[in-house]
Design a protein around this ligand. Structure first.
Ligand code: ADP
Length: 262
């Protein structure tokens, strides 16, 4: 309400300011809308597994009480659903931590080669299970830059994990690290390329939005929360960098983190 009063006052006073205040109002409305969408999405994402767990509890206490085989099957489903909720809450916390720190630029220098290599190493068992070959290129020398080490680990984990998840079996996932000339200062380029089905171009601009998925069923089946790329994008921004997504149908996708150095 007070905003509206100020708006009217400025509108009455100075012509130039009217535009500013209008802009402000729409920004605020957009933020409010985004917040409402987010809360609705989170509620939905939590309610679905909870409803399923409650349904199985009821069945286990009633009709399936004496049925050992059904009990094992239902408990397995309940475990999967509970694990999904744990992942969702973990990603929500990660997202909120990144947002809280968004205005603080990291100052301590760390070796990103080592950080990303370790993250990739931790994903080797997952790659093996998915029959994906993980190929690392450009990880032979240390590169020291001011970064938040946990967040760089998180970026590497999310991008490589997605490439494994969506890249498909018997394919190669390549992670490349390089330093290149930027417009003003050198840039760190970390690119993850898969040989998956690729993503249609109209999805690309929205891919890093919270809960945006090309195929919800597939994402859920793969244990996705729909927040991984949103987290990556926020981390990139906090470091003054960006996330670039390129994809070609039938050939695969490349997700690139670009970070200014020095
Ligand atoms: P999710 O938890 O669903 O994987 P993300 O935020 O990590 O959420 O990714 C959002 C969506 O982008 C995914 O649901 C998937 O549709 C698409 N996506 C992400 N990475 C890839 C990839 N490497 N290949 C194809 N599609 C991808």
């Amino acid at each position: 309400a007070s905003h509206e009063v100020i708006h009217r006052m400025t509108a009455a006073k100075v012509g130039d300011f009217v535009l500013c205040t209008f802009q402000d109002l729409t920004d605020r409305e957009r933020m409010d809308q985004m917040r409402r969408d987010f809360v609705a999405n989170v509620s939905h994402e939590l309610r679905t597994p909870l409803t399923s767990v409650l349904g199985f509890i009821e069945t286990l206490r009633g009709p399936a009480r004496e049925d050992a085989a059904a009990r094992d099957r239902f408990l397995a489903i309940m475990q999967t659903e509970a694990e999904r909720m744990v992942r969702l809450v973990r990603d929500l916390l990660n997202l909120s931590r990144v947002e809280t720190k968004e205005r603080q630029r990291p100052t301590d220098r760390h070796d990103v080669t080592l950080l990303i290599r370790s993250a990739a190493h931790s994903l080797r068992p997952q790659a093996e299970t998915a029959r994906v070959k993980l190929d690392l290129q450009g990880f032979d020398q240390p590169i020291e830059i001011a970064v938040d080490p946990d967040q760089i680990t998180q970026v590497a984990t999310n991008l490589i994990e997605n490439a494994i998840k969506y890249g498909g079996a018997d394919k190669v996932v390549t992670a490349r690290l390089a330093v290149e000339e930027g417009p003003r200062r050198p840039l760190l380029r970390f690119a993850v390329t898969d040989q998956g089905e690729g993503i249609e171009s109209h999805h690309l601009p929205r891919l890093a939005e919270r809960f945006y998925r090309v195929d919800s069923h597939r994402s859920r089946e793969k244990g996705g929360t729909g927040l991984g790329l949103a987290i990556v994008k926020h981390i990139a921004h906090r470091h003054g960098g960006k996330l670039v997504i390129e994809s070609e149908i039938g050939r695969g996708s490349t997700f690139t983190l670009l970070l200014p150095m020095g």
